[in-house]
Design a protein around this ligand. Structure first.
Ligand SMILES: Nc1ncnc2c1ncn2[C@@H]1O[C@H](COP(=O)(O)OP(=O)(O)O)[C@@H](O)[C@H]1O
Length: 313
């Protein structure tokens, strides 16, 4: 058992590392596989070469959704869901990805959280990261892949499978490398008006003890330029968290605006990449959680699933 996990651990980091440094880029999975035979140990996580996976690459988004549905009734699916959440800073990726992860039973892995965990440790990497993050810039692909592979390896050693990735991939290079390593089934792109995004980022708070996220902003954006008005109630913490709230150092107006600029600059290529694979689902958030959550479940064809699940719980 230990050997099994050691092998898997070896592979995520080795594979990402290999792809990051290989020239010409990207190299095919088969090439990596030939050079590193332990690769076989995580075959079930890798891109399928046959129809054995739940999903195939050529599926249209509609077909992906019906496969999501049927996989819930399949007692032995070949592997768990591998989803990606895209969206601007403040859009609510963390909130909805975390709710969905509880619903469908896969871990929610946010690269921003991995970066913040690293920031909380003292050391040269943490100092280097603080400088980048607090300017609203992106961390290097090397650092991000390193943090992500460590997180995946730890998860696998605990028996985790599948994931909802949040905040990753953020660049076309990250998307291409991920695509070389494993199959993504569905990409949800959350959208919200920019003025609301800034307000939401400025209202974000985190409980320094339990790590849960809240939002103290009460949003009332007027209808303008053909856009509908939008109201969002604050997401207030329970009493035991209220005195422990902290604000992220990168949630200042100036840094949020720079993060949005960087996001717009990089995201189009990532969206196009997944659109061309028929995996991108665009979702315009109609408001706060009470309005958006049921609509998101409906868009994912999971509304029935939640009702059935809460009925048996
Ligand atoms: N995939 C990534 N690639 C590069 N940098 C990242 C990535 N994910 C997170 N980061 C770094 O961590 C910071 C916080 O990320 P995140 O919590 O996802 O913020 P946001 O609210 O901007 O979506 C980013 O501004 C960036 O510096």
């Amino acid at each position: 058992m230990i050997t099994h996990h050691v092998k898997k651990k070896f592979i995520w980091s080795l594979t990402f590392d290999h792809l990051l440094h290989s020239i010409p880029f990207p190299i095919s999975l088969q090439q990596v596989s030939r050079q590193n035979s332990p690769m076989a140990a995580i075959t079930r996580l890798l891109k399928p070469s046959s129809s054995s996976s739940l999903f195939t690459r050529s599926l249209s988004t509609t077909t992906v959704f019906s496969d999501i549905q049927s996989s819930f009734s399949d007692p032995k699916p070949s592997r768990n869901f591998q989803w990606v959440f895209l969206g601007c800073p403040g859009v609510g990726k963390g909130t909805y990805a975390s709710r969905l992860s509880n619903l469908i039973g896969v871990p929610h892995i946010a690269t921003g959280d991995l970066v913040r965990q690293e920031l909380s440790l003292s050391g040269p990497l943490s100092t280097q990261l603080a400088e980048i993050v607090n300017q609203g810039k992106l961390v290097s692909d090397e650092i991000i892949f390193n943090l992500l592979s460590k997180r995946l390896e730890v998860g696998e050693s605990k028996g985790e499978s599948g994931f909802i990735l949040d905040g990753f991939p953020r660049t076309i290079r990250q998307a291409e490398i991920l695509d070389e390593v494993t199959e993504i089934d569905l990409v949800v792109n959350l959208k919200l008006r920019e003025d609301v995004l800034v307000e939401k980022c400025l209202g974000r708070r985190i409980c320094s003890q339990c790590g849960k996220g809240f939002n103290v902003a009460s949003i009332n954006a007027k209808a303008e330029n053909g856009r509908p008005g939008m109201s969002m109630a604050p997401l207030l913490p329970p009493q035991h968290c209220a005195s422990k709230l902290i604000t992220r150092a990168d949630d200042t107006e100036q840094v949020v605006k720079e993060r949005l600029r960087v996001y717009y600059e990089k995201s189009q290529a990532v969206e196009d990449f997944y659109k061309s694979q028929g995996k991108l689902m665009e979702f315009d958030l109609p408001g706060g959680i009470p309005e958006s959550w049921p609509k998101l479940l409906e868009a994912l064809n999971l509304d029935d699933y939640e009702v059935k699940r809460s009925a048996v719980a």
